[in-house]
Design a protein around this ligand. Structure first.
Ligand code: ZN
Ligand code: ZN
Length: 257
């Protein structure tokens, strides 16, 4: 016969076991909830973006890239007297377009999915910003206002950028942060990253690029093969330099504004 004292002990023991079971299942549920709340991590490539010029954060299943629109590096386009001003080398004060960076508010924002995919059809690039570089400045294609870049090419600075006449932007390989290497250049409006002329996967110029300069491989930012663009290793027109990105977009582009 169980004494009252033992019955109480047994009840306490049973209650403790029940409490442990509840507490375990709560822990599991709690962890699951935490994973649901944190929707993901920023892609490792975003660590290469200049933190003075850009603010990058997750918003649900999207990533938002906000930028001042200004380049983090020296250029004559900062204008004489600015601490980031350097005298022109490959262009001249006479050939430069008249606007200087501090005279224009280049603030812009791009929202793209964290999991971009190749679209069923490609989309041609357009005038204006088609991407945001790691420096904070915009990436443009090979067109300038009224036509091909050639006529405006004399105004491009040492890093392939100029103003024409809105925000400072790159048309050519931005030598300030990528020069015949595998460095990250920036993000294109369809959410795919663009790298320099070489690929980290092989250490040299990729030979399997599609018409947009894209292919699928690992990079210095991921061990899982993923689609990304490269600056195509072919001299562009008469510039004697390399164009950043002509397109077409292989994914669905978002607007940069
Ligand atoms: Zn331009
Ligand atoms: Zn690659």
């Amino acid at each position: 016969m169980i004494s009252m004292k033992n019955l109480i002990r047994l009840s306490i023991a049973m209650a403790a076991i029940t409490a442990i079971i509840i507490s375990c299942s709560n822990d599991e549920n709690g962890n699951d909830d935490d994973e649901d709340i944190v929707s993901g991590e920023l892609h490792a490539a975003f660590a290469d973006f200049d933190t003075d010029e850009t603010t990058i954060y997750l918003e649900g299943s999207n990533v938002v890239i906000e930028t001042t629109g200004n380049p983090s590096h020296d250029t004559p386009y900062w204008g004489e007297g600015n601490e980031k001003y350097i005298a022109p080398t490959v262009t001249t004060e006479e050939d430069m377009t008249p606007t200087r960076i501090p005279q224009y508010d280049g603030t812009a924002s791009l929202t793209v999915t964290t999991t971009p995919e190749i679209a069923s059809s490609t989309t041609a690039t357009q005038l204006g910003a088609i991407g945001i570089a790691v420096s904070g400045a915009a990436i443009f294609n090979d067109q300038e206002g009224n036509g091909a870049l050639d006529e405006a090419a004399v105004s491009l600075d040492y890093t392939g950028g100029h103003i024409g006449p809105a925000e400072y932007h790159y048309h050519l390989e931005p030598l300030a942060f990528t020069n015949d290497d595998e460095n990250l250049v920036g993000i294109i409006a369809d959410g795919f990253f663009i790298y320099g002329r070489k690929c980290n996967a092989t250490g040299t110029y990729p030979n399997d690029l599609d018409a947009s300069g894209g292919h699928t491989s690992t990079t210095q930012h991921t061990n899982e093969a993923e689609y990304h663009y490269h600056i195509i290793n072919e001299l562009y027109s008469t510039t004697g330099r390399y164009i950043v990105f002509v397109g077409p977009y292989q994914g669905d582009p978002s607007s940069i504004n």
